[in-house]
Design a protein around this ligand. Structure first.
Ligand code: AKG
Ligand code: FE2
Length: 295
């Protein structure tokens, strides 16, 4: 069982595909509001995605992270090379930028938001080897200093069958924000000025005042909140976009293959933006991002 997940139909299911209405913007907006996400298989030309995959695979091979007994493109990890978050793989990488900042996504989000859009400059890039999936969370806790009408775009670079650990979303969790209010108010880079322990831990460091996760346990969370965990067997070209208050996580990677994916953010250009994530050298969660307050 993945993550010890309950795989019964009552607890686990398929993402709803919006491939049938990818160019009907009214229908897309309705579904985004109803479901909190849009899953569009085959959104990109797979050649674009595979070119980006090849660029990342070449970097991983050059650093000796891949098992030489397998073709580079299979992305089989050397067992002693554990990895998860690898933002560096997207830096100075035109093939990845072509995907995440290209005309396809720009046009898609401009249509969806109904006006010109901009993206965060930071690209979250992941190369996830065998091991536990990302714990359940909402993205708001990492990026709430501008508009909250922000969408995440999760893109798999290659096939991601269930056992390789793709993204899953908790059905209807975007309708439970009242129940999650305290959590959704968290800003992981904010600390309490009047709590010496937090000051020592967070101020001037890259540490977080809160782990960001709702819990490490997707099963317990599902029992508490209800809804099924929804996912799919992803293919190159697929796109999953979702709201800031939709709970999501990833399945464990039970294989030796490395799962590569990016997550990037898009919003109306006219709205305030979270400064931590823009510019040539964004603060991200580093010392420049930390803010003290009286708690
Ligand atoms: O890819 C993952 O494991 C997590 C991705 C994520 O949390 C996101 O896309 O916001
Ligand atoms: Fe996330």
């Amino acid at each position: 069982m993945q993550n010890g997940l309950n795989l019964s139909p009552a607890a686990f299911g398929e993402l709803r595909s919006s491939a049938d209405c990818a160019d009907r913007v009214d229908e897309l907006r309705q579904r985004l509001d109803a479901d909190g996400y849009l899953f569009i298989p085959g959104f990109f030309d797979p050649a674009l995605i595979l070119a980006a995959r090849a660029s990342v695979a070449a970097r991983l091979a050059a650093e000796g992270a891949l098992d030489p007994a397998h073709p580079v493109d299979d992305l089989v990890a050397r067992p002693d090379k554990a990895m998860t978050y690898r933002g560096d793989l997207a830096l100075n990488n035109p093939a990845v930028e072509r995907v995440v900042f290209g005309p396809e996504l720009d046009g898609f989000y401009a249509a969806l938001f109904g006006e010109p859009v901009r993206h965060f400059d930071h690209i979250w890039y992941r190369a996830v080897s065998h091991g536990m999936g990302t714990p359940p969370h909402c993205d708001l806790v990492y990026m709430s200093r501008g508009t909250h009408q922000l969408l995440t775009c999760w893109i798999p670079y290659g096939e991601v069958p269930l056992e390789v650990g793709g993204l899953m979303v908790l059905e209807d969790s975007h309708k439970k924000s009242e129940q999650l209010r305290q959590y959704l108010e968290v800003d992981v880079d904010t600390y309490c000025e009047n709590d010496p322990k937090q000051v020592a831990k967070v101020k001037g460091t890259s540490a977080w005042s809160h782990p960001g996760w709702l819990t490490n346990n997707p099963v317990v969370l599902q029992k508490r909140l209800g809804g099924r965990w929804l996912t799919t067997e992803y293919r190159p070209g697929d796109l999953l976009t979702f709201k800031m208050n939709l709970i999501h996580a990833s399945l464990d990677n039970q294989t030796q293959r490395i799962r590569i994916s990016s997550d990037t953010r898009y919003q109306r250009a006219s709205q305030p933006i979270d400064e931590r994530w823009i510019g040539n050298n964004p603060a991200t969660h580093g010392p420049r991002a930390k803010r003290g307050r009286i708690c």
